[in-house]
Design a protein around this ligand. Structure first.
Ligand code: FPP
Length: 249
């Protein structure tokens, strides 16, 4: 790690208030490839290395949960070659990283419609989730075939089924009940959202869970994102005052 990375990490840890849960919109792979006259999948390949960087950085900083937006429901509308490349990359990521993730006690979970994945990708993710289930150092949520509106709609449907079956009264449907039916059930909401490549959009990501998150947008394209950028984002977060709608006295 560069000396500035070491100094930043020390500053992050000394401050103490490290965000427990960081969510990331990993954007800019296509532009990164385009700038180098490479095909778009080359940008996703480079983006995979940045995933390793952020996991390492998260572990060093003491982040407990990382939630990464890897593939949206809208991404199914991309050209078939790009979708195939992303699915192969997911399998490659798992083949390449699973030993390291297990050794580092990282628990991996996939959030999204995993039933839409190819059978090979499905088998690989099921195995990765089972093999890392006991990890306690960091929870890594990979959002794949994920869309927040459909996640909330699915949760509403599950709760409606409980009500229709007489297991719950309508008056008992609270925020907690709805949250318990989201993919993120049992996890605290993200404290910090990082978006790379400069776009100021949520892109249908964690609409419920990001209600009180601090936003950090950087112009850095995702494949160029390193642990040092992560530490910079955390330092920025540590200088914010979180009020949750209240007045601080
Ligand atoms: C957004 O860039 C990124 C994606 C749609 C895919 C994200 C995938 C990875 C980071 C690599 C794979 C990760 C795992 C865990 C297997 P974009 O293509 O929308 O970029 P652009 O806006 O510049 O076109």
């Amino acid at each position: 790690m560069s000396s500035s990375g070491d100094e930043l990490l020390t500053a992050v840890r000394l401050h103490g208030r490290v965000p427990a849960h960081i969510a990331v919109i990993m954007d800019g792979n296509g532009r990164w490839a385009q700038a180098r006259d490479l095909p778009r999948p080359a940008g996703h390949q480079a983006g995979m290395a940045a995933v390793r960087e952020i996991v390492e950085g998260g572990l060093h900083a003491g982040v407990e949960i990382l939630t990464l937006f890897a593939f949206s429901q809208e991404n199914w509308q991309r050209p078939p070659e790009e979708i195939d490349a992303l699915m192969s990359l997911l399998e490659e990521y798992i083949a390449r990283e699973s030993d390291e993730l297990k050794a580092q006690a990282v628990r991996v979970r996939i959030l999204g419609e995993i039933e839409r994945l190819s059978p090979a990708a499905r088998t690989a993710v099921d195995r990765l989730m089972a093999e890392t289930a006991e990890g306690t150092a960091l929870t890594l949520n990979l959002c794949i075939s994920y869309g927040a509106r459909s996640e909330i709609t699915r949760a509403a449907r599950l709760v409606a089924e409980e009500v229709a079956a007489g297991r719950r009264l309508p008056a008992e449907v609270t925020e907690e009940v709805l949250a318990a039916n989201l993919y993120t059930a049992g996890l605290p909401d993200p404290d910090l959202l990082i978006r790379t490549s400069g776009e100021l959009r949520l892109s249908n990501f964690l609409l419920w869970q990001l209600a009180y998150a601090e936003f950090y947008v950087t112009p850095v394209l995702w494949p160029d994102f390193t642990r040092v950028h992560l530490f910079e984002a955390i330092r920025d977060y540590q200088n914010r005052e979180r009020r949750f709608g209240r007045v601080l006295v």
